[in-house]
Ligand binder design. Sequence first.
Ligand SMILES: NC(=O)c1ccc[n+]([C@@H]2O[C@H](COP(=O)([O-])OP(=O)(O)OC[C@H]3O[C@@H](n4cnc5c(N)ncnc54)[C@H](O)[C@@H]3O)[C@@H](O)[C@H]2O)c1
Length: 267
Amino acid sequence: MNSADLFNLKGRVAMVTGAGQGVGRGIALALAGSGAGGVVVNDFYADRAEAVAEEIRALGVRAMPMVGDVGDLEQVRAGVAAATAELGTISILVNNAGNGGPDGFPREMPLFWETDPAEWSRFFHVNTFGVMNCSHAVLPAMVEQRYGRILTIVSDAGRTIEGRQAAYAAAKAAAAGLMRGIAADTARFGITANSIAISSMRPPMNPEQLEAYLASDRYKAQMTHYTIRRTGLPEDIAGTALLLCSDASSWTTGQVYPVDGGYSSAL
Ligand SMILES: NC(=O)c1ccc[n+]([C@@H]2O[C@H](COP(=O)([O-])OP(=O)(O)OC[C@H]3O[C@@H](n4cnc5c(N)ncnc54)[C@H](O)[C@@H]3O)[C@@H](O)[C@H]2O)c1
């Protein structure tokens, strides 16, 4: 067996949600660089989706921006139909859009009993229903072609124990449970469904902000919980994502892989 073949995506079309920046952008570029035949770049913000689609085209790979809210089923259905017409059947779905949705996390994350119940739905809208909508939209064609890879980016907040993130943790744990349910329903059709649980990523920032962030007491205190004492970078996640989107993981389904600098093992 040629090991390079195991990780080659063999011209298959991939869709990555929330791929306009951060982890999603890193995964989209990695899939494009590993033999994907086309990449659908979803993001809520058109400028971000278009910029990453352009980066992928510069690699010589077909790309299509898919602007829309993954939490809106009709937008997802329309986007998947348009992408399928342009690039072909989506064989790989990476559900990456998350956090607190297009506006990111709220500035304050209160203790659960102090949260406003009106705030809970923003976490489920993107982290749970976004994953359900996209998976539901792509699965019929995957079943028909008897092949598919679904990967969802969840969080150690939903896998281990973290304070002040209860609604987010619940929404991510639900997404991991959804992957297990989909794994069971689809295994006989050559489809796998897995999750990667990540921990704190380095926030996007300019060089001056980065220097201050790395020198801050808050960062140093946070890093005491990490075996590898730094925050994550998109390329730290992309390798495991490629593994789970490729033929190398044909016998792997319903699992949650921690890719987290040893965060959870250091608890
Ligand atoms: N950043 C972290 O420290 C961290 C930690 C654990 C888990 N995660 C998870 O990893 C994933 C990626 O995180 P990130 O920090 O790279 O993300 P990010 O917030 O930097 O980027 C996410 C992208 O998704 C888009 N997006 C948000 N809501 C959307 C929606 N409803 N529909 C379509 N697009 C939408 C945003 O516009 C943005 O461009 C998320 O699922 C997040 O929950 C992140």
